[in-house]
Design a protein around this ligand. Structure first.
Ligand code: HPA
Length: 269
């Protein structure tokens, strides 16, 4: 809590902006933030005690501004567990956006498709997640100011928001898949055996983020939704070796649709 308060004070010294909606942008989707009506940006490196992100394709700043008149804070570049930060640091920015006033959180990511019906370039609305393979960000003394010791996780991804997203996607003629997201640690892509395990667990897509942030956000009572961009078939499902370039290329290919969808969703939720 002390670190969180230090970060909040440091951020508050730079901006008084009051966001309603928080948005976290995944790999290859970061340039959405450049297209909004920007009020202010604060680089992560300016915030005392903030974990700074290193992955290529992630910029590393908060963007404050308006989408369809709605005040938003966008994390352009998230922090990943595989970068070596403790999982509590990975969710610190999410908590910070909640403490700044955001009541709703939209999570996005690039993910590998596990479900045999999925194709690269598909969008998947998260209906649920599996975090069993990563440490819980809620382990440790409970931050009572944020939420309860044993928070309910029976509806992490808001049904209300899911209905709105489906309706907005249909209006834009963007097909929407639905499914369960499995978070693993990375940074290596999975083995084919791990993908079979994820499928047996009930997963439809796999990635290295999102679920821990969703959990921390639900702990503090935010309403949460998540959209994956299926950038590739998961390991063992095609002859191709997996690489970050393919992830980026697919994300780039669908980025115009993605931007349209996010803009419509922010306006409607
Ligand atoms: N696995 C894990 N993370 C990913 C993948 C994948 O196949 N694609 C994009 N992020």
């Amino acid at each position: 809590m002390k670190k969180l308060k230090t970060c909040l004070e440091s951020l508050r010294a730079r901006t008084g902006f009051q966001p309603q909606v928080a948005l976290i942008l995944g790999s290859g989707l970061g340039d959405y933030a450049d297209s909004i009506d920007i009020e202010q940006t604060v680089s992560y490196s300016e915030i005392e005690g903030f974990p700074t992100s290193t992955v290529t394709g992630h910029k590393g700043q908060f963007v404050f501004g308006y989408v369809q008149g709605v005040p938003v804070v966008i994390m352009q570049g998230r922090v990943h567990y595989y970068e070596g930060y403790p999982i509590t640091d990975v969710v610190l920015p999410t908590r910070l956006m909640g403490l700044m006033g955001a009541k709703k959180l939209i999570l996005t990511n690039a993910a590998g498709g596990i479900n045999f019906d999925f194709q690269p370039g598909d969008f998947m609305l998260l209906t649920d997640h599996i975090t069993t393979a990563v440490p819980s960000p809620l382990i440790g003394p409970n931050l009572d100011e944020l939420g309860p010791r044993f928070p309910d996780m029976s509806q992490v991804y808001s049904l209300r928001m899911r209905d709105i997203i489906k309706a907005e996607a249909a209006k834009l003629n963007i097909p929407m898949r639905e499914g369960v997201y499995v978070q693993l640690t990375g940074p290596s892509y999975e083995t084919p055996a791990e993908i079979r395990m994820c499928r047996a667990w009930g997963g439809d897509a796999v990635g290295m983020s999102t679920a821990c942030e969703a959990m921390a956000a639900r702990h503090m009572g935010l309403e949460v939704c998540g959209i994956s961009c299926i950038t590739n078939l998961a390991a063992g499902m095609s002859d191709k070796a997996l690489d970050h370039k393919e992830v980026q290329e697919t994300a780039d290919r669908v980025s115009a649709q993605f931007k349209q969808l996010i803009t419509a969703v922010i306006g409607a939720i």
